[in-house]
Ligand binder design. Structure first.
Ligand code: MG
Length: 148
């Protein structure tokens, strides 16, 4: 069983940076389609602050799983390769790269990683957004797995 960590909202404060850059109290005041268009093809993801808990979370998950953990993060819409590049750089700067490169995953289809590909063994995803429709789908896939 692999434990996958989401990035935005779990390790990296994406919305905090959006609120800082656009001078709003809450990102919901913004048109996120406009924000996303503006951060496409930039290094925005490299500039995100890490949550104070991020390092401890990564180290504890590494200990708990004896290194069987990964990153499972969605790339920015319309900016898949560029955003994944800067997200990887962000992880490298903090030494948050999983021990196995194949477990560094940038995908809009996180549910594919709910189970191990060969054995079907359930995995765990630590994510901040299981309540929206995309993650409900993920949750359904995770039915016999675990989600936290
Ligand atoms: Mg997230």
């Amino acid at each position: 069983m692999t434990v996958y960590l989401d990035m935005d909202g779990v390790l990296a404060d994406f919305f905090g940076k959006v609120e800082e850059v656009y001078h709003v109290d809450h990102w919901k005041e913004l048109n996120m389609d406009v924000v996303i268009a503006k951060i496409q093809n930039t290094n925005f993801f490299l500039k995100l602050d890490e949550f104070p808990t991020a390092s401890k979370l990564v180290r504890e998950v590494d200990d708990m799983t004896a290194g069987d953990w990964g990153i499972c993060s969605s790339p920015l819409r319309g900016d898949h390769f560029n955003s994944a590049y800067w997200k990887r750089r962000w992880l490298e700067e903090r030494d948050f790269i999983p021990r196995e490169w194949k477990k560094l995953v940038f995908t809009p289809n996180k549910e594919k990683y709910s189970r191990a590909s060969f054995t079907g063994e359930p995995n765990i995803l630590v994510d901040d957004k299981y309540s929206n429709s995309f993650y409900e789908k993920f949750f359904e896939t995770f039915n016999k797995s675990q989600i936290i």
